[in-house]
Design a protein around this ligand. Structure first.
Ligand code: GLN
Length: 485
């Protein structure tokens, strides 16, 4: 059961081979056993989870039968969930119990999914290794000396170690795709505006997007069907007709034009990653696709542009954490200003403080034109590059991450090295496009490699189909770490 796909789990539940309570118990027991090693979950509440599972069983007994009814699901701790502690990986929110459900959480609840717990993450989703979490680092189930990637590292480790069959994540610069690559599962960042951000704690609002994390493209399609949709409470949510994201899963690949950006295949990529990605492209050619070279001439500027825009937005979003309205408040202070500064100094970790400082600087009078405005112009050029590329291809492919999972501590002291982990993913967020990572092989040390797929705006269904066809022909997505047995 712990290795079953969501479709198989749904079938078992529908056939009454297992109840939602039994299924939730199976995963809760695995969490009890393995979480002390992995630190994937920040909050687990057996009673709450079992209450949700009983509710799902009752709904089924009353005749309901949806594809997610009774399916256990882990939420990244960035999503507010009513009555659950919601920390965003920060001391600032270590005692915050959300009074309401994020739209994503509410949608899953309506579909009957059963929350297994809240997953560890980099503090305020700032990081690529899960080492910035106030609750300590998450370990990669493939090698517990290594990072799972970030910022959705807890969701990633939970999936890879079979502590959950599905999870939610968010991706501002790569936080779904990079951990998907480093932990060997399938993750999708939707087009900006497809998934509601309401109740999802804001990092960089023009880039943040929630998305599904699962074992396969088929499972991601099922999850996205529940997650996506217009939400009037999010002003950037797009009003579009509802879609079935599973509708193109079986579409043949014959004639598919895969764009290969030469900027993604230059120096800086690890040899084993390159070999696995090349092999995946060969497999796609065998399945009938053709590859064409495309140009993303400004993509080299995506990391610097992102590290102006994202901190700028973060510095504004995080100003709400002042010790008054939310979260941590210093115990001793002289006056109001002292209370603000002490609460923030104590509540935020180093990486968050670094971003707030950078963000405040680039937005300040005299520097705004030189940094923030320039970065916005570069953002437009990067988006235009993709518009041009999609004139001659249907999907873009390349590596998700330049390396496989690195060692805990290896990059923690060097922010620039850490920031470069997202060199292939960040441009996608700046352009607002959908992107995926799917497992495509292993390096010499047995660590998973991810293939990145980038689609044109709103091409999620087609992209999921392109991934699904590959997953029908290969079994990389079914491989699992020894710890998952
Ligand atoms: N690693 C990037 C950062 O630190 C992206 C994080 C994310 O996507 N949330 O900002």
């Amino acid at each position: 059961m712990i290795h079953a796909s969501l479709k198989e789990l749904a079938a078992a539940l529908a056939a009454r081979k297992i109840s939602a309570v039994e299924l939730a118990t199976l995963f809760l027991d695995r969490i009890d056993k393995l979480n002390p090693t992995l630190n994937a979950f920040v909050t687990v509440d057996r009673d709450k989870t079992l209450a949700l599972a009983r509710d799902a069983d009752a709904r089924r007994a009353a005749g309901e039968n949806g594809p997610l009814l009774g399916i256990p699901l882990a939420h990244k701790d960035i999503f507010c969930a009513e009555g659950w502690r919601t920390t965003c990986g920060s001391k600032m929110l270590a005692n915050f119990v959300a009074p309401y459900d994020a739209t994503v959480v509410a949608r899953f609840k309506a579909a009957g999914a059963v929350t297994l717990g809240k997953c560890n993450m980099d503090e305020f989703a700032m990081g690529s290794s899960n080492e910035t979490s106030f609750f300590g680092p998450v370990k990669n189930p493939w090698d517990t000396q290594r990072v799972p990637g970030g910022s959705s590292g807890g969701s990633a480790a939970a999936l890879a170690a079979r502590l959950a069959p599905a999870a939610t994540g968010t991706d501002t610069g790569g936080s779904i795709r990079q951990p998907a690559a480093l932990c060997g599962f399938t993750g999708l960042k939707p087009t900006y505006g497809v998934v509601s951000r309401w109740g999802m704690i804001a990092f960089a609002s023009s880039l943040d997007q929630g998305g599904p994390m699962a074992r396969s493209a088929e499972d991601c399609a099922l999850l996205l069907n529940a997650m996506a949709g217009y939400d009037e409470r999010d002003s950037t949510s797009l009003e579009r007709p509802a879609e079935d994201y599973a509708r193109a899963l079986d579409q043949p690949l014959a004639g598919l034009r895969i764009g290969l950006p030469k900027e993604f295949f230059g120096a800086g990529m690890n040899d084993d990653v390159r070999a696995a990605v090349e092999a995946a492209l060969a497999a796609y050619r065998q399945l009938g696709a053709v590859t064409v070279e495309v140009d993303l001439p400004n993509s080299g500027l995506s990391v610097p542009a992102y590290y102006v825009i994202a901190p700028a937005e973060a510095s504004s979003n995080l100003s709400r954490f002042d010790g008054v309205r939310y979260g941590h408040r210093a115990a001793d202070y002289a006056d109001l200003n002292d209370m603000y500064s002490k609460s923030r100094a104590e509540g935020f970790g180093d990486e968050v403080k670094r971003r707030i400082l950078v963000g405040t600087y680039v937005l300040s009078h005299g520097y705004y034109d030189a940094y923030y405005l320039q970065a916005q112009k570069i953002r437009r050029l990067i988006a235009d590059d993709f518009v041009n590329a999609f004139k001659i291809c249907d999907v873009i492919m390349g590596p998700t991450s330049p390396s496989t999972a690195f060692r805990l501590g290896e990059k923690a002291a060097d922010p620039v090295q850490m920031y470069l982990s997202d060199i292939y993913t960040i441009a996608v967020n700046l352009a607002g496009l959908p992107g995926m990572s799917i497992p495509c092989g292993f390096d010499r040390q047995g660590l998973p490699v991810g293939l990145q797929l980038i689609g044109n705006g709103f091409d999620e269904a087609r992209m999921l189909g392109i991934a699904h066809r590959y997953q029908e022909a290969t079994d990389w997505h079914l491989r699992r770490p020894a710890l998952a047995d």
